[in-house]
Design a protein around this ligand. Structure first.
Ligand code: NAD
Length: 358
């Protein structure tokens, strides 16, 4: 029985989009360990480590022809490519986020359908949940059913919600087996840690690593806003379990341990062995006031739950970021990652859409 399963997986051909990004890069390693043949696709490679993909193609997935090329001969698509970033990025960059991601997602679903892909995993986000459910720091965890009536806090969340619906439509109309995870703040080594695209755990680790003991760090907002954080290893287990199961409705993949941003900073300072003053900058974006993940459904249906403690995950992340900082020997100096997704400058819409006529 186990032999049969291993043989089935070893024959399986997976496509990981967003393969040069944080989760995609880790996922390729995870799938390779399971015996998959893996094609990675992105517009960049990981800045931190060579890919272990069997094949890596540089393809801009906003373009239809590239999505068709990416999905050829593939059994399972793990679709992670997105133009996204931390709260500063998604608060300020709206049209570009909507435009790029709606093209990437719609084209990838259609390409998967045409190539008769067996499974299509889509990485949605906790950002789909409505603002009115997240107005206090001490909120109860968000259940999957809380998503409607819809009122996401930003365009990134609206686009994810749109694509969730598109995934369900592709199953209903075309029988494409889609799976949807709502990630809640995934963190760990080998992710963006400076330049504007980094998330709060990486940003705080970097600030603490940069600061002299006895100095200060800047915290966005009043520090009382709450979040939960899920370590990358747990996330990978969740992605795989969800893709292999028969549940098509969206499921949370997150931790249900909620902390304030200020507490998160205290934990990182403890790991670093530094005493720092926290300066709160109320002019900076802080997103919703409170957010936590209710994992009762994913635990019941998949038996999945986050296992790595926040202390352990942050310690691993801090050590890695401190090492990066040492290597670079310079503090962050503005966007280096922020401009990695090429903008529509030379292209016209005419060059993007002709595929529809072929
Ligand atoms: P990431 O930014 O590290 O990776 C995304 C990758 O997509 C990048 O490498 C980027 O170059 C690539 N990409 C962007 N535009 C592209 C294009 N036009 N063509 C091809 N590739 C393109 O992000 P991540 O943290 O690894 O997130 C992966 C997925 O999970 C994303 O869809 C994201 O929205 C979702 N998600 C992540 C989190 C999190 O906490 N990390 C939370 C919720 C949802």
């Amino acid at each position: 029985m186990i032999g049969e399963k291993t043989e089935r997986i070893s024959r399986c051909r997976a496509l990981v989009t967003g393969a040069g990004g944080f989760i995609g890069h880790h996922l390729i390693k995870y799938l390779k360990d399971k015996g998959y043949w893996v094609r990675g696709v992105d517009i960049v490679t990981s800045k931190f480590e060579a890919t272990t993909a069997d094949e890596f193609e540089f393809l801009d997935l906003r373009r239809w022809a590239n999505c068709l090329q990416a999905a050829r001969g593939i059994d399972e698509v793990y679709h992670l490519a997105a133009n996204m970033g931390g709260i500063g990025f998604i608060t300020n960059v709206k049209a570009q986020v909507m435009h790029d991601n709606v093209l990437i997602n719609a084209h990838m679903l259609e390409a998967a359908r045409l190539h008769q892909v067996k499974r299509f995993f889509f990485s949605s986000s906790a950002c789909v949940y409505p603002t009115y459910k997240q107005v206090r720091p001490d909120i109860t965890g968000l259940k999957e059913s809380d998503v409607y009536p819809a009122q996401p806090d930003n365009e990134y969340g609206w686009e994810k919600l749109f694509t969730e619906r598109l995934c369900l439509d592709y199953y209903q109309e075309h029988g494409l087996e889609t799976r949807i995870a709502r990630f809640h703040n995934i963190y760990g080594p080998l992710g963006a840690w400076r330049g504007g695209r980094e998330k709060s755990p990486a940003a705080i680790c970097r600030k603490v690593a940069e600061a002299e003991d006895g100095g200060f760090i800047e915290i966005w907002g009043d520090g009382k806003q709450t979040r939960s954080y899920c370590y990358i290893d747990d996330c990978l287990e969740g992605i795989f379990a969800l893709t292999q199961c028969n549940i098509r409705e969206p499921l949370n993949i997150g931790s249900d341990r909620m902390v304030t941003i200020s507490e998160l900073a205290d934990m990182v300072m403890k790991i670093a062995g530094k005493r720092l003053t926290k300066n709160y900058d109320l002019t900076k974006p802080q997103g919703v006031r409170g957010r936590n993940s209710d994992n009762s459904r994913v635990k019941k249906l998949l038996g999945w739950e986050a296992k790595v403690s926040l202390e352990e995950g942050l310690a691993r992340t801090y050590r890695w970021i401190a090492l990066q900082l040492k290597k670079h020997r310079q503090p962050a100096q503005g966007p280096d990652h922020m401009d990695s997704a090429p903008r529509w400058t030379e292209e016209t819409l005419e060059t993007v859409y002709p595929h529809r006529r072929t």
